[in-house]
Design a protein around this ligand. Sequence first.
Ligand code: GLT
Ligand code: MN
Ligand code: MN
Ligand code: MN
Length: 386
Amino acid sequence: SFQATPADKFTFGLWTVGNVGRDPFGEPTRTAIDPAAILSKLAELGAWGVNFHDNDLVPIDASASERDAIVEGFRRALQETGLCVPMATTNLFTDPAFKDGAFTSADARVRAYALQKTMRAMDLGAEFGAKTYVFWGGREGTEVDAGGKLLDAMSWFRDSLNFLAEYSEDQGYGYKFALEPKPNEPRGDIFLPTVGSALGFIATLDKPQMFGVNPEFAHETMAGLSFPHAIAQAIDAGKLFHVDLNDQKMGRFDQDLRFGAENLKSAFFTVYLLETSGYDGPRHFDAHALRTEDEAGVWAFARGCMRTYLVLKEKVRQFREDAEIQAAIEAYRVRDAELEGLSKGYSRDKAEALKSRAFDRGELGRRGPGLEHLDQLVTDLLLGVR
Ligand code: GLT
Ligand code: MN
Ligand code: MN
Ligand code: MN
């Protein structure tokens, strides 16, 4: 078992399994796989959908007729495999035109070109039925702040997103937009570096209800933050529009490791939150096979992402049904109906009652909540000895 099926809603980007193993110090170690071949292999492995940047599919310098031919071929491959395209996005980072940013470039021509390119990419995504549109502002940032654009960059970014939200409505595309934060790489500092910053920024947009976040496991981890905490805040805000699952060693360069490869316990609580919160979007793997691998390794990587997710989903089920674990959680949470009533929903009477209440501070401080015991139960569960 632990065999993926489309009902699991697993998706991959063309750029993920299509990654050829180039890094800043070395040439590709694999040859590119044709998108149609990627689709048939993903379908065979049980994936549900596939996502793309405009230029994963259509080269940036393709003519109109070349574009149409590619689109037609891809449409046929989708039909043959039954895969869908739930999300699309724009490549606003590879071309040298975007070397100092796209929507936040100090050059008004680059900002306008970024809008044009994104509108065309939105058209392309809509042709394949994509409903979520991701913005990963990889080049939106700086190495030096001497240009003095920090405040302007926020306004330019805001103006662009407002413009594109109107474009989506005007065209009737019905996109929901998901901002994907990352703290750094390829820029020294990227704007909107964390899920928290993106959530704060969304509230300043004209139509905040159209915008949410696409948190990536590796990116929050690079920032030294907890991914489960980040997605919990996004879920609480009603803003988890998409999710990029992968893994990452903390404090290192962007690694995009196979889901669960490094931080199993955080991966477990990630799956717990996704599976128990009512999140029903794609489970997207934004990662790639190690540079050491050949094509067999690429498919082992893709299978591994899905398999680990499904194993952890089964562990979530066991966690919720395990009497000892649930008893430990129950013991951890001290209930007090009267005090909970007094602490919620302000009134002057409640305030007076709380202010005059006598608390046994010593007793509160002495209580052992049993977290060592509880956490070891989870460790045993994950290690397969429960
Ligand atoms: C790029 C980046 C990812 C983003 C993709 C979407 S592209 O590979 O590293 O985190 O999600 O633009
Ligand atoms: Mn990444
Ligand atoms: Mn990446
Ligand atoms: Mn990502």
